[in-house]
Ligand binder design. Structure first.
Ligand SMILES: *[C@@H]1O[C@H](CO)[C@@H](O)[C@H](O)[C@H]1NC(C)=O
Ligand SMILES: *[C@@H]1O[C@H](CO)[C@@H](O)[C@H](O)[C@H]1NC(C)=O
Ligand SMILES: *[C@@H]1O[C@H](CO)[C@@H](O)[C@H](O)[C@H]1NC(C)=O
Length: 315
Protein backbone atom coordinates (compact mmCIF):
# COMPACT_ATOMS: atom_id res chain seq x y z
CA UNK A 1 0.00 0.00 0.00
CA UNK A 2 2.77 2.38 0.94
CA UNK A 3 4.67 1.36 -2.14
CA UNK A 4 1.65 2.17 -4.26
CA UNK A 5 1.49 5.64 -2.75
CA UNK A 6 5.15 6.25 -3.50
CA UNK A 7 4.74 5.18 -7.09
CA UNK A 8 1.80 7.54 -7.51
CA UNK A 9 3.83 10.28 -5.95
CA UNK A 10 6.68 9.63 -8.36
CA UNK A 11 4.38 9.62 -11.35
CA UNK A 12 2.86 12.85 -10.14
CA UNK A 13 6.29 14.46 -9.81
CA UNK A 14 7.26 13.23 -13.25
CA UNK A 15 4.14 14.67 -14.77
CA UNK A 16 4.83 17.97 -13.11
CA UNK A 17 8.22 18.02 -14.79
CA UNK A 18 6.54 17.28 -18.06
CA UNK A 19 4.11 20.07 -17.60
CA UNK A 20 4.70 22.52 -20.40
CA UNK A 21 5.61 19.53 -22.53
CA UNK A 22 2.80 17.04 -22.86
CA UNK A 23 -0.53 16.95 -21.11
CA UNK A 24 -0.69 20.61 -20.58
CA UNK A 25 -3.21 23.17 -21.60
CA UNK A 26 -1.98 25.53 -24.25
CA UNK A 27 -3.15 28.36 -26.42
CA UNK A 28 -6.26 29.14 -24.46
CA UNK A 29 -8.06 32.02 -26.09
CA UNK A 30 -11.49 33.54 -25.68
CA UNK A 31 -13.57 35.10 -28.42
CA UNK A 32 -16.52 37.24 -27.40
CA UNK A 33 -18.34 39.79 -29.59
CA UNK A 34 -17.46 43.29 -28.40
CA UNK A 35 -21.14 44.25 -28.48
CA UNK A 36 -24.54 42.68 -29.17
CA UNK A 37 -28.05 44.11 -29.25
CA UNK A 38 -30.31 43.48 -26.27
CA UNK A 39 -33.74 41.92 -26.44
CA UNK A 40 -35.79 38.97 -27.62
CA UNK A 41 -34.22 37.02 -30.43
CA UNK A 42 -30.79 38.53 -29.93
CA UNK A 43 -27.94 36.23 -29.05
CA UNK A 44 -24.21 36.08 -28.42
CA UNK A 45 -21.94 33.13 -29.05
CA UNK A 46 -18.92 33.09 -26.74
CA UNK A 47 -16.10 30.82 -27.80
CA UNK A 48 -13.12 29.39 -26.06
CA UNK A 49 -10.40 27.58 -27.91
CA UNK A 50 -7.56 25.62 -26.38
CA UNK A 51 -5.08 22.87 -27.06
CA UNK A 52 -4.92 20.07 -24.50
CA UNK A 53 -2.02 18.38 -26.27
CA UNK A 54 -3.43 14.90 -25.86
CA UNK A 55 -4.80 15.31 -22.37
CA UNK A 56 -8.49 14.86 -21.73
CA UNK A 57 -10.73 17.76 -20.88
CA UNK A 58 -11.86 17.82 -17.30
CA UNK A 59 -14.10 20.84 -17.40
CA UNK A 60 -14.86 24.12 -19.06
CA UNK A 61 -16.61 26.79 -17.03
CA UNK A 62 -18.02 30.14 -18.07
CA UNK A 63 -18.36 33.05 -15.70
CA UNK A 64 -19.87 36.46 -15.94
CA UNK A 65 -18.29 38.80 -13.41
CA UNK A 66 -17.10 35.91 -11.16
CA UNK A 67 -20.46 34.10 -11.26
CA UNK A 68 -20.44 30.75 -13.00
CA UNK A 69 -23.32 30.26 -15.42
CA UNK A 70 -22.29 27.29 -17.54
CA UNK A 71 -20.20 24.20 -16.88
CA UNK A 72 -19.31 21.34 -19.16
CA UNK A 73 -17.73 18.25 -17.58
CA UNK A 74 -17.48 15.42 -20.14
CA UNK A 75 -17.12 12.73 -17.48
CA UNK A 76 -20.43 13.59 -15.92
CA UNK A 77 -23.85 12.65 -17.15
CA UNK A 78 -25.28 14.86 -18.41
CA UNK A 79 -22.04 16.75 -19.01
CA UNK A 80 -23.76 20.13 -18.91
CA UNK A 81 -24.71 22.22 -15.92
CA UNK A 82 -26.40 25.59 -16.19
CA UNK A 83 -26.75 28.13 -13.41
CA UNK A 84 -29.26 30.95 -13.55
CA UNK A 85 -28.04 33.98 -15.43
CA UNK A 86 -30.58 36.71 -14.62
CA UNK A 87 -31.42 38.61 -17.79
CA UNK A 88 -30.64 35.94 -20.37
CA UNK A 89 -30.73 32.22 -20.94
CA UNK A 90 -28.25 29.67 -22.20
CA UNK A 91 -29.15 27.91 -25.42
CA UNK A 92 -28.11 24.36 -24.52
CA UNK A 93 -28.56 23.06 -28.06
CA UNK A 94 -25.70 25.29 -29.18
CA UNK A 95 -23.41 25.11 -26.19
CA UNK A 96 -20.67 22.57 -25.66
CA UNK A 97 -17.02 22.19 -24.73
CA UNK A 98 -16.00 25.03 -27.06
CA UNK A 99 -18.76 27.58 -26.96
CA UNK A 100 -21.78 28.84 -25.12
CA UNK A 101 -24.67 30.66 -26.75
CA UNK A 102 -26.68 33.07 -24.65
CA UNK A 103 -29.99 34.42 -25.88
CA UNK A 104 -32.42 37.27 -25.11
CA UNK A 105 -29.82 39.37 -23.37
CA UNK A 106 -30.50 42.28 -21.09
CA UNK A 107 -28.03 45.17 -20.95
CA UNK A 108 -27.38 44.39 -17.27
CA UNK A 109 -25.41 41.40 -18.51
CA UNK A 110 -22.77 43.71 -19.94
CA UNK A 111 -19.38 43.11 -18.42
CA UNK A 112 -16.45 40.76 -18.38
CA UNK A 113 -16.93 37.15 -19.40
CA UNK A 114 -14.46 34.43 -18.49
CA UNK A 115 -13.76 30.98 -19.76
CA UNK A 116 -11.85 28.57 -17.54
CA UNK A 117 -10.53 25.31 -18.91
CA UNK A 118 -9.12 22.43 -16.83
CA UNK A 119 -7.26 19.44 -18.18
CA UNK A 120 -8.03 16.09 -16.61
CA UNK A 121 -6.25 14.30 -13.75
CA UNK A 122 -3.65 14.17 -12.47
CA UNK A 123 -2.54 17.72 -13.19
CA UNK A 124 -5.86 19.49 -13.68
CA UNK A 125 -3.89 22.18 -15.42
CA UNK A 126 -6.22 25.16 -15.42
CA UNK A 127 -6.18 28.43 -17.24
CA UNK A 128 -8.63 31.31 -17.61
CA UNK A 129 -9.26 34.09 -20.13
CA UNK A 130 -11.50 37.12 -19.97
CA UNK A 131 -13.13 39.46 -22.49
CA UNK A 132 -15.70 42.27 -22.29
CA UNK A 133 -19.17 42.09 -23.81
CA UNK A 134 -21.50 45.07 -24.04
CA UNK A 135 -25.23 44.46 -24.43
CA UNK A 136 -26.51 47.48 -26.32
CA UNK A 137 -29.84 49.28 -25.90
CA UNK A 138 -29.81 51.52 -28.99
CA UNK A 139 -31.50 54.94 -29.15
CA UNK A 140 -35.08 54.87 -30.45
CA UNK A 141 -34.71 57.68 -32.96
CA UNK A 142 -32.13 58.97 -35.40
CA UNK A 143 -29.88 61.73 -34.02
CA UNK A 144 -31.42 65.19 -34.11
CA UNK A 145 -29.40 67.87 -35.87
CA UNK A 146 -30.09 71.55 -35.16
CA UNK A 147 -28.11 74.30 -36.90
CA UNK A 148 -27.99 77.96 -35.96
CA UNK A 149 -28.39 78.95 -39.64
CA UNK A 150 -28.70 77.32 -43.04
CA UNK A 151 -27.27 80.22 -45.00
CA UNK A 152 -23.85 81.62 -44.37
CA UNK A 153 -21.41 84.24 -45.47
CA UNK A 154 -17.67 83.86 -45.28
CA UNK A 155 -16.43 84.49 -41.78
CA UNK A 156 -19.55 83.08 -40.11
CA UNK A 157 -19.29 80.67 -37.22
CA UNK A 158 -22.13 78.17 -37.51
CA UNK A 159 -23.25 76.32 -34.41
CA UNK A 160 -24.63 72.83 -34.89
CA UNK A 161 -26.06 70.63 -32.14
CA UNK A 162 -26.39 66.88 -32.43
CA UNK A 163 -28.62 65.26 -29.81
CA UNK A 164 -29.07 61.52 -29.38
CA UNK A 165 -31.77 59.86 -27.26
CA UNK A 166 -30.87 57.82 -24.22
CA UNK A 167 -29.02 54.64 -25.02
CA UNK A 168 -26.67 52.17 -23.46
CA UNK A 169 -23.83 52.74 -23.78
CA UNK A 170 -23.93 56.44 -24.70
CA UNK A 171 -23.14 56.63 -28.43
CA UNK A 172 -20.17 58.35 -29.99
CA UNK A 173 -21.06 61.22 -32.31
CA UNK A 174 -19.23 61.85 -35.57
CA UNK A 175 -19.62 65.01 -37.65
CA UNK A 176 -19.74 64.62 -41.41
CA UNK A 177 -19.08 67.49 -43.80
CA UNK A 178 -19.55 66.62 -47.50
CA UNK A 179 -19.07 62.88 -46.80
CA UNK A 180 -15.90 63.49 -44.77
CA UNK A 181 -15.54 62.87 -41.07
CA UNK A 182 -14.38 66.12 -39.55
CA UNK A 183 -14.78 65.65 -35.81
CA UNK A 184 -15.85 63.14 -33.22
CA UNK A 185 -17.19 63.21 -29.69
CA UNK A 186 -16.23 60.10 -27.77
CA UNK A 187 -18.54 59.05 -24.96
CA UNK A 188 -17.05 58.20 -21.61
CA UNK A 189 -16.19 54.53 -21.12
CA UNK A 190 -16.31 54.96 -17.34
CA UNK A 191 -20.01 55.79 -17.57
CA UNK A 192 -20.63 52.25 -18.85
CA UNK A 193 -19.88 50.81 -15.45
CA UNK A 194 -23.21 51.74 -13.86
CA UNK A 195 -25.12 50.26 -16.84
CA UNK A 196 -27.37 53.32 -17.07
CA UNK A 197 -28.77 54.65 -20.31
CA UNK A 198 -27.49 58.07 -21.26
CA UNK A 199 -28.23 60.65 -23.90
CA UNK A 200 -25.38 61.99 -25.99
CA UNK A 201 -24.78 65.51 -27.20
CA UNK A 202 -22.18 67.17 -29.35
CA UNK A 203 -21.87 70.77 -30.38
CA UNK A 204 -19.89 71.77 -33.45
CA UNK A 205 -18.56 75.29 -33.97
CA UNK A 206 -17.93 75.49 -37.67
CA UNK A 207 -15.99 78.50 -38.95
CA UNK A 208 -16.39 79.20 -42.64
CA UNK A 209 -13.17 80.83 -43.70
CA UNK A 210 -12.39 83.29 -46.44
CA UNK A 211 -9.92 81.65 -48.81
CA UNK A 212 -7.54 84.60 -49.02
CA UNK A 213 -7.19 84.83 -45.26
CA UNK A 214 -5.64 81.45 -45.26
CA UNK A 215 -2.21 80.11 -45.91
CA UNK A 216 -3.08 76.93 -47.64
CA UNK A 217 -1.44 73.87 -46.18
CA UNK A 218 -0.38 75.61 -43.01
CA UNK A 219 -3.13 74.85 -40.61
CA UNK A 220 -5.89 73.65 -42.86
CA UNK A 221 -6.41 70.05 -43.75
CA UNK A 222 -9.83 69.04 -44.88
CA UNK A 223 -9.67 65.51 -43.53
CA UNK A 224 -8.24 66.28 -40.15
CA UNK A 225 -10.17 64.51 -37.42
CA UNK A 226 -10.60 66.75 -34.42
CA UNK A 227 -10.98 64.49 -31.45
CA UNK A 228 -11.92 66.01 -28.21
CA UNK A 229 -12.91 64.38 -25.00
CA UNK A 230 -13.99 65.71 -21.65
CA UNK A 231 -15.22 63.53 -18.81
CA UNK A 232 -18.97 63.85 -18.30
CA UNK A 233 -20.10 66.66 -16.08
CA UNK A 234 -21.33 65.34 -12.72
CA UNK A 235 -24.17 67.86 -12.46
CA UNK A 236 -25.48 67.36 -15.96
CA UNK A 237 -27.23 64.07 -16.59
CA UNK A 238 -26.13 64.00 -20.19
CA UNK A 239 -22.67 63.94 -21.56
CA UNK A 240 -21.87 67.18 -23.36
CA UNK A 241 -19.04 67.95 -25.61
CA UNK A 242 -18.02 70.66 -28.00
CA UNK A 243 -15.75 70.47 -31.00
CA UNK A 244 -14.66 73.07 -33.50
CA UNK A 245 -13.61 72.90 -37.10
CA UNK A 246 -12.54 75.35 -39.80
CA UNK A 247 -13.72 74.90 -43.33
CA UNK A 248 -12.71 76.91 -46.38
CA UNK A 249 -15.75 78.43 -48.06
CA UNK A 250 -16.29 75.98 -50.91
CA UNK A 251 -16.28 77.23 -54.52
CA UNK A 252 -19.65 75.64 -55.09
CA UNK A 253 -21.18 77.92 -52.47
CA UNK A 254 -22.58 75.06 -50.47
CA UNK A 255 -21.76 72.05 -48.39
CA UNK A 256 -23.66 69.42 -46.46
CA UNK A 257 -23.53 68.71 -42.75
CA UNK A 258 -24.79 65.79 -40.71
CA UNK A 259 -23.97 63.80 -37.61
CA UNK A 260 -23.87 60.07 -37.02
CA UNK A 261 -24.41 58.26 -33.70
CA UNK A 262 -22.47 55.02 -33.37
CA UNK A 263 -22.25 52.31 -30.73
CA UNK A 264 -19.28 50.01 -31.18
CA UNK A 265 -19.64 48.21 -34.49
CA UNK A 266 -23.32 47.32 -34.23
CA UNK A 267 -25.22 50.58 -34.36
CA UNK A 268 -24.84 53.60 -36.63
CA UNK A 269 -27.53 56.07 -37.54
CA UNK A 270 -27.29 59.34 -39.41
CA UNK A 271 -29.22 62.53 -38.76
CA UNK A 272 -30.94 64.57 -41.43
CA UNK A 273 -28.38 65.90 -43.93
CA UNK A 274 -28.54 69.70 -43.88
CA UNK A 275 -27.47 71.68 -46.94
CA UNK A 276 -25.66 74.86 -45.99
CA UNK A 277 -25.74 77.55 -48.68
CA UNK A 278 -23.61 80.60 -49.09
CA UNK A 279 -25.70 83.74 -49.44
CA UNK A 280 -25.70 84.93 -53.06
CA UNK A 281 -22.72 87.19 -53.80
CA UNK A 282 -23.31 90.90 -53.32
CA UNK A 283 -24.43 92.81 -56.45
CA UNK A 284 -21.55 94.07 -58.58
CA UNK A 285 -19.84 97.27 -57.46
CA UNK A 286 -20.53 100.69 -59.04
CA UNK A 287 -17.85 100.04 -61.67
CA UNK A 288 -20.17 97.37 -63.07
CA UNK A 289 -17.68 94.53 -62.79
CA UNK A 290 -18.82 91.19 -61.59
CA UNK A 291 -15.86 89.69 -59.79
CA UNK A 292 -17.27 86.18 -59.85
CA UNK A 293 -17.75 86.35 -63.61
CA UNK A 294 -21.16 84.78 -63.27
CA UNK A 295 -24.44 86.60 -63.06
CA UNK A 296 -26.44 86.10 -59.87
CA UNK A 297 -29.26 84.35 -61.74
CA UNK A 298 -26.88 81.75 -63.23
CA UNK A 299 -25.37 81.37 -59.81
CA UNK A 300 -28.79 80.73 -58.28
CA UNK A 301 -29.61 78.23 -60.99
CA UNK A 302 -26.37 76.33 -60.39
CA UNK A 303 -27.03 76.28 -56.69
CA UNK A 304 -30.45 74.76 -57.29
CA UNK A 305 -29.08 72.12 -59.65
CA UNK A 306 -26.30 71.24 -57.25
CA UNK A 307 -28.58 70.98 -54.26
CA UNK A 308 -30.95 68.80 -56.28
CA UNK A 309 -28.04 66.50 -57.02
CA UNK A 310 -27.01 66.51 -53.37
CA UNK A 311 -30.50 65.49 -52.32
CA UNK A 312 -30.50 62.65 -54.82
CA UNK A 313 -27.12 61.46 -53.55
CA UNK A 314 -28.10 61.62 -49.93
CA UNK A 315 -31.22 59.50 -50.49
C1 LIG B 1 0.09 27.52 -29.78
O1 LIG B 1 1.18 27.83 -28.93
C2 LIG B 1 2.46 27.61 -29.47
C3 LIG B 1 3.49 27.93 -28.42
O2 LIG B 1 3.12 27.42 -27.21
C4 LIG B 1 2.63 28.46 -30.72
O3 LIG B 1 3.88 28.21 -31.32
C5 LIG B 1 1.53 28.18 -31.71
O4 LIG B 1 1.61 29.08 -32.80
C6 LIG B 1 0.17 28.34 -31.06
N1 LIG B 1 -0.87 27.95 -31.98
C7 LIG B 1 -1.94 28.67 -32.21
C8 LIG B 1 -2.92 28.11 -33.17
O5 LIG B 1 -2.13 29.74 -31.66
C1 LIG C 1 -27.38 74.25 -29.09
O1 LIG C 1 -27.36 73.87 -27.73
C2 LIG C 1 -27.09 74.93 -26.85
C3 LIG C 1 -26.92 74.35 -25.46
O2 LIG C 1 -27.95 73.45 -25.17
C4 LIG C 1 -28.23 75.94 -26.94
O3 LIG C 1 -27.96 77.00 -26.07
C5 LIG C 1 -28.31 76.43 -28.36
O4 LIG C 1 -29.42 77.30 -28.51
C6 LIG C 1 -28.47 75.27 -29.33
N1 LIG C 1 -28.37 75.75 -30.70
C7 LIG C 1 -29.17 75.32 -31.66
C8 LIG C 1 -28.92 75.84 -33.02
O5 LIG C 1 -30.09 74.54 -31.45
C1 LIG D 1 -16.24 55.49 -28.99
O1 LIG D 1 -14.99 55.67 -29.62
C2 LIG D 1 -13.89 55.21 -28.84
C3 LIG D 1 -12.63 55.61 -29.56
O2 LIG D 1 -12.66 55.26 -30.90
C4 LIG D 1 -14.01 53.70 -28.65
O3 LIG D 1 -12.94 53.23 -27.88
C5 LIG D 1 -15.31 53.41 -27.94
O4 LIG D 1 -15.49 52.02 -27.83
C6 LIG D 1 -16.47 54.02 -28.72
N1 LIG D 1 -17.68 53.88 -27.93
C7 LIG D 1 -18.81 53.41 -28.45
C8 LIG D 1 -19.98 53.37 -27.52
O5 LIG D 1 -18.91 53.02 -29.61
Amino acid sequence: MLKMKRIFHLIFRLLFLLEGGVWSLRNLSISVPRAVLSGEGQSAVLRCSYDLEGAALYSIRWYRAETEFYRYVPRELPPTMVFPLPGASVDLSQSDHHQVRIVNLNRRLSGDYQCEVSADAPLFHTDIRSAPLTVVDPPFRAPLLAVSQRNYIRGDVITANCTVDEAFPAPNITWILDDQKIAETVSSQAAELDLKERAAFSQLQLSVLEVQKYELGLSYTRDRLDRSYHPPNRESPRHTDSVSYNVLAPESGQFTLSCVATIHNIYARQSEVVIMREDAPQPASVTGENSAGTSPSVYMFLTLVCSGAAIVFSL
